[in-house]
Design a protein around this ligand. Sequence first.
Ligand SMILES: Cc1cc2nc3c(=O)[nH]c(=O)nc-3n(C[C@H](O)[C@H](O)[C@H](O)COP(=O)(O)O)c2cc1C
Length: 203
Amino acid sequence: MSELPHSVHNTKDLGKSKAATKILIAVTGSIAAYKAADLISKLVQDDFDVDCLATEKALEFIGPSALEGITRKPLNTDMFANPSDIIHISMAAWADLVIVYPASADVIARLRTGRAEDLLSALFLANNFSSPWWIAPAMNSNMLAHPAVQENLQVLSTWGCRILPTEEGRMACGTTGSGKLLDPQQVRDFVSSWYASGEQDEH
Ligand SMILES: Cc1cc2nc3c(=O)[nH]c(=O)nc-3n(C[C@H](O)[C@H](O)[C@H](O)COP(=O)(O)O)c2cc1C
């Protein structure tokens, strides 16, 4: 049997390039929000097309200039900033992968209950689950263990969201336990595996 052409052996040759693979990082109001800058930087260095959304409360923890400087794009925060864009609809269709990093307890609750008063919640409702949503919780151990948060995560998982693990360690609040945001390098590794799987070609 004759050799298959290289392009058939290498599935990446058949699919989207990294530069054409669109990843949205949604940053929410956690003290770990600064780690989002590191994650975004790593994904930009990996040549993905990365855009960023921040909730209003996320901007209490990280400045827009850091995020805009790394993505080289205006930060998306306000659904009403340019209403003719209808950004919660266009961005939901744009993204091949959405990573909520870090995901606050409140945003997890909003996603689970189908709220739509802010850009991230509305965008979640506008997604038709053709692109994966990864949720990276970050919060105090007691908050994470609370049945309300656990149930919310369980429901989001049932809907197809991937709940990323948290790390154990000492948190800003002084307690030691689970709830620390997953390290940016580990998320980068997950993204690399996802990209290598070719799943993004299905979007
Ligand atoms: C100093 C400080 C640190 C906080 N860290 C967290 C956190 O790590 N995780 C979390 O779920 N909430 C945390 N909160 C509470 C959230 O910021 C608050 O619930 C906020 O409304 C979340 O907004 P968002 O979900 O719209 O981004 C923190 C609040 C303060 C004042």
